[in-house]
Ligand binder design. Structure first.
Ligand code: FES
Ligand SMILES: [Fe+2]
Length: 465
């Protein structure tokens, strides 16, 4: 089963999701073969591989992948043979070829070749074994196909490097659609990381991702945001992926549904919401947008209509950024509205896109422990040429993240523990506001062969009998 049939945009219905996908050790072990070795996974950024010989590693479950730039050339949208991926294991006796330094998320560096730490077999950037001590002893059977590093499919899109361990996998672009076409106008490949942090949670990787693929939790988890408006939106299937967003408020075009105004006096509430977002999440906006928002109450008259506040705010910020060499791509408001606020790229990557910044969440299993996961937050934006900051992946304890994220994090272990309670019937997400949760499990079930959400009526009938 390489390519489960696509469920397309089949409508979502009220359903119950069995908890095995979150808490079962057998399910977590089966994910390695049925899921992680079958899907395209976002494994890094092209800008982390600027020169020939630059490499990064990416670990998924018990598998480790070594990603290497082998040739010069533009690889932001299509690896073009410039970037290759190998199994990070020496073909001699199975030593991991490149170690992850203690306390780091992954290995990163630049080498002319890779020398195994055990018996010093040497591998060239193209994966072939160069020097092998006392090679004659094996005889002619020790040929290149035996000794070269195992190659893994590798491609790029939007400045991200993607890998797939399945040699029969469909091409990356086909896999990503319709997300890729919808997000291309935002030119995510031009953005660079402003900060990126990783941590470990005591919950399943799906619990971590699902805390960010709906806004239904905002009043309950982030009550202070309700002063700025109603943040309940929708989550919709998009092939094997899904996206979430808000419908545009009355009187505003779709463009304004994305960079939101606050309620009440929009000049004041937008200024406050931008400041609160910048300090509380440190993402979803930029310093320029925050700064211009702070001027709105002073420069615009008191009864300025919301559409005019929005137009002034965005046009002024765009102009100020242009003057410092940061050019936002022009995306028509229909596309902005249709694309929503963030995409869940199946199975474990979320891209919160905008014309001038991007917020990405990524979750991975911790070995095959269903109760633990790696969780990563990366925040990108556009920078003037020559002023891109040098950023590394930094480990942070969950309590070292911005405070709005800490509110989200406070639910993780509690959800994982709660779902193990005897007699708990399963999760029943809101089919509109939490549609992305249902989408994830519908598609997971097709890969895993188990765990398909079932109609809520079946639960209603069970509890009645
Ligand atoms: S295991 Fe790598 S050289 Fe022996
Ligand atoms: Fe949240």
């Amino acid at each position: 089963m390489n390519k489960p049939a696509d469920l397309g945009n089949q409508a979502l219905q009220a359903s119950v999701i069995p908890v095995e996908a979150y808490i079962s050790p057998e399910y977590a072990r089966a994910e390695a073969e049925k899921l992680w070795r079958k899907v395209w996974l976002q494994a890094g950024r092209v800008e982390d591989l600027p020169e020939v010989g630059c490499y990064i590693t990416y670990d998924i479950g018990h598998d480790s992948i070594l990603i290497v730039r082998v040739a010069e050339g533009d690889a932001a949208n299509g690896a073009n043979g410039c970037i290759k991926a190998y199994r990070n294991v020496c073909t001699h006796r199975g030593r991991r070829l490149v170690d992850t330094p203690a306390g780091q998320r992954n290995a990163r560096g630049k080498r002319r070749n890779f020398v195994c730490g055990f018996h010093a077999w040497t591998f060239e950037l193209d994966g072939t074994a160069g020097s092998i001590a006392h090679k004659d002893a094996w005889g002619p059977a020790l040929c290149d196909s035996v000794t070269r590093l195992g190659e893994v499919q590798c491609d790029t899109w939007a400045g991200f490097v993607w890998i797939n361990q399945d040699p029969e996998a469909e091409p990356l672009r086909d896999y990503l659609e319709p997300a890729a076409a919808m997000l291309d106008p935002f030119r995510l490949q031009d953005m660079r990381a402003r900060w990126r942090k990783w941590t470990v949670f005591d919950c399943n990787w799906k619990v971590a991702l699902e805390a960010f693929n709906e806004t239904y939790h905002v009043p309950g988890t982030h009550p202070e945001f309700t002063q700025f408006g109603d943040f309940t939106g929708w989550g919709r299937p998009q092939g094997k992926h899904s996206h979430i967003g808000y419908d545009a408020p009355e009187g505003l075009d779709e463009n304004k549904a994305k960079l939101r105004l606050g309620i009440g006096d929009p000049r004041v509430s937008t200024a406050e919401m931008q400041k609160y977002t910048w300090e509380g999440v440190n993402t979803n906006t930029t310093q320029t947008l925050v700064d211009v928002a702070q001027t709105l109450p002073d420069v615009l008259p008191e009864d300025t209509p919301p559409a005019e506040v929005s137009r002034y705010w965005l046009e002024t910020a765009r102009r100020i950024d242009e003057e410092r060499g940061v050019v936002w791509p022009k995306v028509d408001s229909e596309t902005v509205g249709a694309s929503g606020t963030s995409w869940q790229i199946f199975p474990n990557q979320q891209i919160g896109h905008a014309v001038n910044n991007m917020l990405c969440y990524h979750a991975r299993p911790f070995g095959s422990d269903p109760d633990k996961c790696y969780f990563e937050v990366a925040v990108y934006e556009l920078f003037p040429e020559g002023q891109v900051p040098e950023t590394e992946w930094v480990y942070a304890d969950p309590d070292q993240f911005p405070h709005v994220l800490r509110q989200d994090f406070s639910n993780m272990a509690a959800v994982q523990q709660g779902m193990k309670t005897g007699g708990y019937a399963g999760n029943i997400p809101n089919p509109v506001a939490e549609g992305a949760v249902l989408c994830l499990h519908r598609n997971l079930a097709r890969y895993m062969g188990t765990g398909m959400p079932r109609p809520l009526e079946t639960l209603t009938e069970e509890s009645a009998s």
